[in-house]
Write a protein that binds this ligand. Sequence first.
Ligand SMILES: N[C@@H](CCC(=O)N[C@@H](CS)C(=O)NCC(=O)O)C(=O)O
Length: 205
Amino acid sequence: MMQLYYLPGACSLADHIVLEWTGADYDVTEVSPRILRSADFLAMNPGANVPLLRDGDLLLTENVAVLHYLAERFPHAALMGDTPRARAETMRWLAFMNSDVHSGFKVVFALRAGDDPDPQAAQRVRTAQRKVRAYLERLDRQLAGREWITGTRSIADPYLLVMFRWAVSADVDLDGLRNLTAFARRMYLDAGVKAALLVEEGLAL
Ligand SMILES: N[C@@H](CCC(=O)N[C@@H](CS)C(=O)NCC(=O)O)C(=O)O
């Protein structure tokens, strides 16, 4: 059976939600930062991170690759787009979130983890938060008049929910981002999202 290794609330939540959406038989294994650095885990994923998907003898890493693989493996779920153009849109938003937005958050989280009393450090946090806010504004504009980021449900949507959740926990200003907030509200009502969150965080929403 397919196995997803995850850290609660991390970007692997996107894959967890997609697995729910596919209706596939799968199992999840929670890991911790300590387990990520264990010899057993490093033998499977030298990158020491999640998501890690095991499917038979395949050990797949890199979120975009895992999400894309799941969409291809379960085509009936229609999570990639049905034309070259629709698939390109899915990849466009996935790439933007993975390379720009996700990395922007890493800077915010790393600066905040330092707990540096230097007033310049607080300024650097605010600058990093503003950069993420600018990315989220772009996502908010794209969502105008759309229920899903590409127009139809895809593997990019769960990644977007993860970005929204990180924005909340990183104190990024979400004021006025109505389309994004409404998107998150809709996602929280989704059965697959609820099921994945229940397992990862014991949250009954
Ligand atoms: N390039 C990787 C990055 C994955 C990544 O950033 N994973 C984070 C969680 S979102 C992680 O496992 N961090 C390890 C840690 O927190 O110790 C991908 O896109 O899959």
